[in-house]
Design a protein around this ligand. Structure first.
Ligand SMILES: [Zn+2]
Length: 598
């Protein structure tokens, strides 16, 4: 199998973090950080929660010191995670992840009092600090922390939950990652049986030969079902854990904790989901068109990603890189410059190889350093879009470092802004280069499919997850078959009768990492994509004047709520018409594709 070799040898250099798992500095940091956290606790405990509120200068000093401690810890944790992601097989890598997680827990235990004391204060008692210039840098952090006020438990309770999570949720999450990363799928291609990893087998679903896609679907399902007991158990356990958390922390519904973390209201998300579900007709129209273009009697689930036209030759790594950088450059030379650093300074691990984590991500690490990007580049146009996507994250994380560890990260809802915007730039760049109608149609279909995957499918996954959590609460532990039923019916609502969902498809909830890592993550993709479609419309109208405001948005990181940060760009996420604004360009794309197809 040659897939995966296009980026052979492109591996990241993690030495900006540590020289290796045996670097003495790593152990030194891990030990020192705990001592620092303990002396921090000695110094500040009991001085925040005081009658009349703490002096603003003291609050600022405490937060700054805490930020230094968790940044030092974050560096060690980031290294362990990246090392583990680059190869999950050596026991030393797993052991290091466990070691950093344990140390992180111990550190968090010592720091916990600060948040609890801050939350215990009345609104009137925190006002002086919130309005004092000394706390200006941390204002949003201090203010937004208080939104958890109704949901925190007592300090001893929080400590127990924190420590037990290492053998609870975190352990199950790691088990899931390790099982998925070590799975191989036996598939026969051109007469020979090959053992493929998850990324490679999913890639075969994009093959132009239907028999190959079908074989890949069978092989994927066989591999997953060989582990269905284990995967089903992990799902059930984590869904149950979520409901225990919600009960203990008094969250009214399974999504409320995520909405709070996302700094978005449940009503806004409900409106987003309904707006998308009301346009399933567009999705179904597209798949009707796709069936005709492929010349098939019916479209099965494994045909959804079939190429419309002959896939052009593999895009070599160097060409993919140039495409993305050129598209970024046309929008903003500054963004190109930052994106280029990932390649020249080896902040990127692009080759697909066994033992490496599947998929792609950008890890922000710590503000004093820089992000790292992981890809599994196999040379398809889809992979080029993934490069654009992850570098978008990378640029965003790079620019927002100036906000410091506590305020650099955005909530999930806006975390996908720069990544999806980056994909949009590459799409428009390619569209400018191509005049031939057939090629334009192919490009357009790719973009439509991408939007379906990022908006409609993610909303569908969220709906499934919502039903899953609800069913667990009402019925107790769920059989694997009943999870399959929930999955199938949520998907049937999206695809209608334009896509036949096979019995294989029933099992494909088992490998989706978001359900495991971050429940209800998926709607943030839909939010992000529609937001970007709206932002891109603004850019089309305003041209160059838009660029500096966009850069400001990225550099602002998580220093304010999404609502406030987006306002200068003319976006109001709470207005009901906003989602329509994002769906409108999608409708035009589907109509344009129908027109080009004749
Ligand atoms: Zn992303």
């Amino acid at each position: 199998m040659t897939a995966g070799n296009e980026a052979q040898g492109v591996r990241w250099d993690l030495s900006d973090l540590y020289s290796g798992p045996d670097d003495p500095q790593l152990e030194a940091d891990l030990s020192a950080v705990l001592a620092e956290a303990q002396s921090f606790e000695k110094k500040f405990r009991g001085r925040i929660q005081i009658a009349g509120g703490p002096p603003p200068g003291l609050v600022a000093e405490a937060v700054a010191e805490m930020e230094r401690i968790i940044e030092r810890l974050g560096k060690a944790c980031a290294f362990a995670d990246l090392l583990h992601a680059s190869d999950v097989t050596p026991p030393a890598h797993g052991a290091l992840v466990a070691r950093t997680q344990e140390q992180a827990s111990a550190v968090r235990q010592s720091l916990l009092f600060l948040e609890l004391e801050w939350l215990a204060l009345s609104d009137a008692d925190v006002e002086p600090a919130l309005n004092d210039p000394a706390c200006a840098r941390y204002r949003h952090f201090l203010r937004s922390m208080r939104r958890y006020r109704p949901h925190v438990l007592s300090e001893p309770e929080e400590k127990i939950l924190e420590e037990k999570a290492n053998t609870g949720t975190r352990a199950f999450t790691r088990l899931f990652d390790e099982v998925l990363s070590s799975l191989t799928f036996a598939v026969e291609v051109d007469g020979t049986t090959q053992q493929l990893n998850e990324s490679e087998i999913l890639n075969l679903m994009r093959d132009d030969k239907r028999a190959v896609r079908q074989a890949a679907s069978d092989a994927l399902t066989r591999g997953l079902r060989a582990n269905e007991l284990l995967l089903g158990f992990i799902f059930n356990t984590l869904v149950q854990d979520h409901s225990i958390d919600d009960r203990l922390r008094k969250y009214g519904d399974p999504m409320q904790a995520r909405h709070l973390a996302n700094e978005i209201s449940g009503q806004t998300v409900a409106a987003l989901m309904q707006a998308c579900e009301a346009r399933h007709d567009l999705v179904q129209r597209y798949y009707g068109l796709k069936r005709r273009l492929l010349g098939l009697q019916e479209l099965a689930d494994y045909d959804r990603y079939a190429p419309i036209s002959q896939e052009p030759d593999a895009v070599p790594w160097a060409r993919g890189r140039e495409l993305v950088l050129a598209a970024y450059d046309a929008f903003s030379p500054r963004i190109r410059e930052i994106a280029e650093l990932f390649f020249t300074r080896r902040w990127i691990d692009a080759e697909a190889r066994n033992g490496k984590r599947g998929g792609a991500f950008s890890a922000s690490t710590v503000p004093s350093l820089h992000p790292y990007v992981l890809l599994n580049y196999t040379g398809r146009m889809y992979d080029v879009m993934t490069v654009a996507h992850e570098l978008g994250h990378g640029v965003h994380q790079y620019l927002s470092r100036q906000q410091g560890y506590l305020q650099a990260d955005t909530p999930l809802t806006t975390a996908e802004t720069a990544s999806v915007f980056g994909e949009m730039l590459v799409f428009e760049h390619l569209l400018r280069e191509v005049a031939e109608p057939k090629q334009r149609l192919a490009l357009l279909c790719n973009k439509i499919e991408d939007t379906i995957a990022t908006v409609f499918r993610q909303i569908c996954l969220t709906r499934f997850e919502q039903k899953l959590h609800q069913a667990r609460r009402e019925q107790g532990e769920l059989s694997r078959e009943s999870i399959c039923d929930l999955w199938q019916s949520a998907n049937a609502a999206l695809y209608g009768d334009t896509v036949r969902l096979t019995d294989n498809y029933r099992w494909w909830w088992t490998y989706i990492p978001h359900f495991i890592h971050t429940p209800f993550y998926c709607y943030a993709y839909g939010f992000g994509e529609l937001l970007v479609l709206a932002l891109y419309e603004t850019y089309r109208r305003e041209g160059a004047a838009f660029v500096p405001r966009y850069l400001d948005l990225l550099a602002a990181g998580g220093s304010d709520t999404p609502e406030n940060l987006l306002r200068p760009l003319g976006i109001d996420v709470n207005s009901p018409g906003f989602w329509q604004l994002g769906l409108e360009p999608f409708r035009k794309m589907v109509e344009e594709a129908e027109r080009l197809a004749g």
